[in-house]
Design a protein around this ligand. Structure first.
Ligand SMILES: [Zn+2]
Length: 385
């Protein structure tokens, strides 16, 4: 079936989405969040004949959803994309939406308003051509992926589909795995004393150094594990350390954050017991060593079997829509796909080409957004049967 994507609708929609500031206010306290962009998306969905729902998570923060009802009990599919962006930093014209050489520029053009415009263009093509899918199609435009993913967390409480496609940028390749992460905080406790009185003082900073030495060895072992085919090896680093109060005084407290990037299958509980074992070992070596570790944030890594039906349906769709066989890729960063997969939905990631993710010049390749829309149409036809 030849279903055309409207080039003018796609470009116009993409431009409008980029021209709205939807920076995540948890990353920049002056930023507006998703209210305005959510209203625009809801209006577009209404114009296409759907009944969108705008759900307020908290003031200024919304999810927008709409369901294209299937005709029978076919397999259901969700298209998921986040409306928020990272901050604009020192970008010159973050919301210009300027077009040049087939590229559209602005904060969020690639991450991921290109993916949102493709989803809306897909719906338009289905509605304009009166395509009736057998299974439900759920369109989900969510808040807060760039900070705490409260949008998709709320979404999965309300919607369950057999499969989900997240339209984060992949250069039209198929992302079937991404890393997870854990953030932990170590605290060492010493005893404050004047620097001239070593018999009184216990140095919390020195004791944190002992922990760092152990974790550094752990990190070297991680570099040597056999690499995941798409994700490579896990990693560990020390993003923040704060210890002591002033010169000439033994440090009473030291706090350190440790970030661990994980591979599929690594679990929070095991990680925490590995870190707790470090403290136990060091405590056995010194009477004055006192420390604790607590988890701050944890997100599981994600992976889907490349033989899974949504993956094979999407591979076929890319070939049918573009004539090209996509590659499998992995993303080193975490995405909402992790939450969708944990909620029981078979999830895969495909999105447009572009450049400048989180940097001062971001753009998306318009042609690839159109290809993505065509791929999504094909994927709905192939999967929602
Ligand atoms: Zn993103």
């Amino acid at each position: 079936m030849d279903i055309q994507i409207s080039q003018s609708f796609l470009k116009d929609t993409l431009q409008k989405l980029v021209q709205i500031n939807s920076v995540n206010p948890d990353l920049d306290s002056h930023a507006p969040g998703e209210q305005e962009i959510g209203s625009l998306i809801a209006r577009i969905l209404e114009d296409l004949g759907l009944e969108p729902e705008v759900e307020t998570l908290k003031p200024g923060r919304v999810n927008v959803t709409a369901v294209v009802k299937g005709s029978s009990n076919g397999r259901s599919l969700m298209i998921n994309g986040h409306m928020d962006t990272v901050g604009v930093g020192n970008m010159k014209e973050p919301f210009s939406g300027a077009v040049s050489d087939g590229r559209l520029y602005g904060r969020g053009a690639m991450d991921m308003k290109g993916g949102l415009a493709a989803a809306l263009s897909m719906v338009k093509a289905l509605m304009d051509n009166h395509i009736q899918l057998a299974g439900d199609l759920v369109l989900a435009f969510v808040a807060d992926e760039e900070y705490a993913s409260t949008g998709t967390e709320r979404l999965v409480e309300r919607y369950q589909t057999d499969a989900a496609i997240v339209t984060e940028p992949t250069g039209l390749d198929i992302c079937t795995a991404h890393k997870g992460f854990g953030l932990f905080e170590f605290t060492t406790t010493g005893r404050a004393a004047h620097g001239s009185q070593p018999e009184e003082g216990i140095d919390a900073n020195k004791h944190m150094g002992w922990i760092m030495r152990e974790l550094d060895q752990m990190s070297r072992k991680l570099e040597a594990v056999s690499p995941h085919a798409l994700l490579g090896v896990p990693s560990l680093h020390f993003p923040v350390i704060k210890g002591g109060t002033e010169p000439f005084t033994y440090a009473e407290k030291c706090r350190m954050k440790v970030e661990r990037r994980t591979l599929p299958g690594e679990k929070k509980k095991e990680m925490l017991s590995e870190l707790t074992a470090v403290i136990r070992r060091l405590s056995e070596q010194s009477d004055t060593f006192q420390a604790e570790v607590k988890p701050i944030l944890w997100r599981n890594a994600y992976e889907i079997d490349q033989k899974n039906q949504i993956v094979t349906a999407l591979i076929d769709s890319v070939k049918e829509a573009t004539g090209r066989a996509p590659s499998y890729i992995g993303h080193p960063w975490w995405e909402d796909s992790g939450l969708l997969a944990e909620a029981g939905m078979d999830t895969v990631i495909i999105g447009p080409k572009g450049s400048g993710l989180h940097t001062k010049e971001e753009w998306v390749d318009i042609r690839s957004v159109k290809d993505l829309a065509q791929i999504l149409v094909q994927a709905a036809l192939n999967f929602c049967t």
